[in-house]
Design a protein around this ligand. Structure first.
Ligand SMILES: [Cu+2]
Length: 139
């Protein structure tokens, strides 16, 4: 009788622990993106992406980069820098260099809500200047 009660509590404890892990993972906002060979950011399904983030939320950025017509000597083929639209200033920690293939970055969304733009920082082709996308931070 006593032994049965103990093992029962044990199972409940384990279920609570597993539930806690699931909650923690659900809070990370996964963003999947392609930095393509035609010097465009794309959603995995091909369209022009627009990213909406909650202020301060944890973000996992999974980006697949494909090499364009030119690249940096250090091997990076595209960049990913986040700028505030108001003054074009760069957001700290959101200045990434992309290598060929898929990479993941753990980031934190800006704490100030507003309009941002992601720009490429590697001269990747004559279309490089058009390589950007909108990013909005909501409260
Ligand atoms: Cu570029």
């Amino acid at each position: 009788m006593n032994a049965g009660a103990t093992s029962c509590l044990c199972v409940i404890g384990l279920a609570l622990a597993m539930g806690g892990v699931q909650v923690a993972q659900a809070q990370v906002h996964l963003i999947e993106l392609v930095a393509d060979k035609d010097s465009r950011y794309k959603s995995p399904t091909g369209g022009k992406p627009e990213i909406y983030l909650k202020a301060g939320e944890p973000v996992l950025l999974r980006v697949t980069a494909r090499r364009g017509k030119s690249w940096n000597r250090d091997g990076s083929i595209h960049g990913f820098a986040l700028l505030r639209v108001a003054d074009r200033s760069k957001v700290t920690d959101w200045n990434l260099l992309l290598r060929p293939g898929t990479q993941e970055f753990n980031l934190t969304a800006p704490v100030e809500p507003g309009e941002y733009v992601v720009v490429c920082t590697v001269i990747c082709s004559e279309e490089h200047e058009g390589m950007n996308m909108r990013l909005v931070v909501v409260p």
